[in-house]
Write a protein that binds this ligand. Structure first.
Ligand code: PEP
Ligand code: MN
Length: 445
């Protein structure tokens, strides 16, 4: 029916990890059929545009910045929150572009990042055991039996939330908000209270005078006033992703129109599993998370399955080894893939291999570990002569206190102040900017 894409029933008959267990199958079928009739959220041509940009990154001619919440929430679909995330991502991109003089491809974990794989199916509190929270796409965060029941109606809510988020993002990036000539104004209502902030301001002033010079010389085109920004999420829920798949009228190829770039998580990338069987047939650019148990052979086989034709820009490997293991685990994977002659984007996720529980009970990450993994990633690529193509970061535009360290030297006792994530801990605005300066330095070495 969908040009090679297995049917949903065929997918569900394959080994499938991390799927909801809905109490009423008829209700799921109804939601899926409603989703099939709704307009696509993104267009095939946009996905192709991103793939072309990623092909340049794979070739060493650009850098990928992918970032956003671990889990978006329905409550977070409001202008301030979306604007905050966009602003921090665009600020990071500016730092990297200007300081390192490399084009930065900007991709949000946004407008669709609502479903979470979990290591445990249930959670026990005070003697009560309930299903784990699997993201707003599946059930509610609140610890009650009603809220934790898997509800297919939420799939329509992801569609609507993604649509309104994407609408605002598109308005911001094309409507003047991202105009480089107003770069200082982006920060106007940031609290200017840190070294990073001062460093950012100084850089913004430099950019303003460079732009004034260019404009005086007569360069004043569209490119200064708009940016390309893409949406990505983990393609976890087979029902939703399958229902959002459409045939592109120009090429007759299937695209998963729920987002521009989709990634397969560390827990769902089994070669014989349903996620690989589905995503191999859609034409979007794909991310694949690779954790510390990955062998070179696994990575090569996954790339062969998902990209048999070696389409430039199709595959981004997002490695998340942990600061301690990255120097030993990453090189054999890169060697194996590169020795096939295949070109991929190598991106570093310095978050997911560095999570631990603080003594006072918060799931957290340490900014020094995040920096250590990024630095080791750059070192490894430098030693192998390969291109460190990008980073994948969990972050927010707010001044949350979820990760330790950074310019504000957040300590364990600070975590309780503003710990707001629905899932994994995110870098706050200052930590994100600080990381961007560090990456810019590595890129301009
Ligand atoms: C994530 O990106 O939030 C995630 C769950 O990652 P991973 O699949 O790498 O564990
Ligand atoms: Mn996460």
């Amino acid at each position: 029916m969908l040009n090679g894409v297995p049917s949903l029933a065929e997918l569900h008959a394959m080994p499938q990890m991390q799927q909801p267990s809905y109490p009423d199958p008829a209700a799921v079928a109804d939601v899926v059929s409603r989703l099939r009739g709704l307009p696509p959220l993104v267009f095939a041509g946009e996905c192709d545009g991103l793939r072309d940009k990623l092909a340049a990154v794979a070739d060493g001619r650009g850098f990928l910045l992918q970032g956003g919440d671990c889990a978006e929430t329905f409550a977070g679909v409001n202008a301030d929150n979306i604007k905050g995330k966009l602003r921090v991502l665009l600020s990071m991109a500016v730092v990297m572009t200007y300081a390192a003089q490399v084009p930065v491809v900007k991709v949000g974990r946004i407008a669709g990042q609502y479903a979470k794989p979990r290591s445990k199916d249930t959670e026990t509190r005070g003697g009560v055991t309930l299903p784990s929270y699997r993201g707003d796409a599946v059930n509610g965060f609140e610890f009650t039996p009603e809220s934790r029941t898997h509800d297919p109606g939420r799939l329509l809510q992801i569609y609507n939330s993604s649509a309104s988020t994407l609408n605002l993002v598109r308005a911001f990036v094309k409507g003047g908000f991202a105009d480089l000539r107003g770069i200082n104004a982006w920060n106007a209502d940031f609290v200017r209270n840190s070294n990073v902030e001062a460093r950012y301001e100084a850089l913004a002033h430099e950019i303003e005078s460079a732009l004034a010079f260019m404009i005086a010389c007569g360069v004043d085109d569209e490119q200064l006033s708009t940016v390309d920004f893409f949406a990505s999420h983990e393609a976890l829920l087979l029902d939703y992703e399958h229902a959002m798949t459409r045939i592109d009228s120009r090429s007759q190829l299937p695209y998963d129109t729920s987002g521009h770039l989709l990634w397969i998580g560390e827990r769902t990338r089994q070669a014989e599993g349903a996620h690989v069987a589905f995503l191999r047939h859609v034409s979007n650019p794909l991310g694949i998370k690779l954790g510390p148990s990955t062998t070179g052979e696994d990575a090569v086989r996954t790339a062969e399955l998902l990209d048999p034709d070696r389409i430039p820009g199709r595959i981004t490997f997002i490695t998340r080894m942990g600061a301690r293991d990255v120097r030993s685990k990453l090189p054999p994977i890169i060697d194996a893939v590169e020795s096939t002659g295949r070109k991929v984007v190598w991106s570093c996720d310095p978050m997911h291999g560095n999570t631990f529980e603080s003594a006072n009970g918060f799931k957290t990450r340490s900014f020094v570990d995040v920096c250590a993994e990024v630095n080791a990633f750059f070192d490894v690529h430098e030693e192998l002569g390969t291109w460190p193509g990008g980073v994948h970061i969990e972050l927010t535009g707010d001044d949350v206190t979820e990760c330790l360290g950074g310019v504000d030297a957040l300590a364990e006792t600070d975590l309780a102040n503003r710990y707001e994530t629905a899932c994994d801990p995110r870098l706050n605005r200052n930590q994100s900017l600080e990381l961007a300066f560090m990456i810019a330095e590595r890129l301009s070495d």
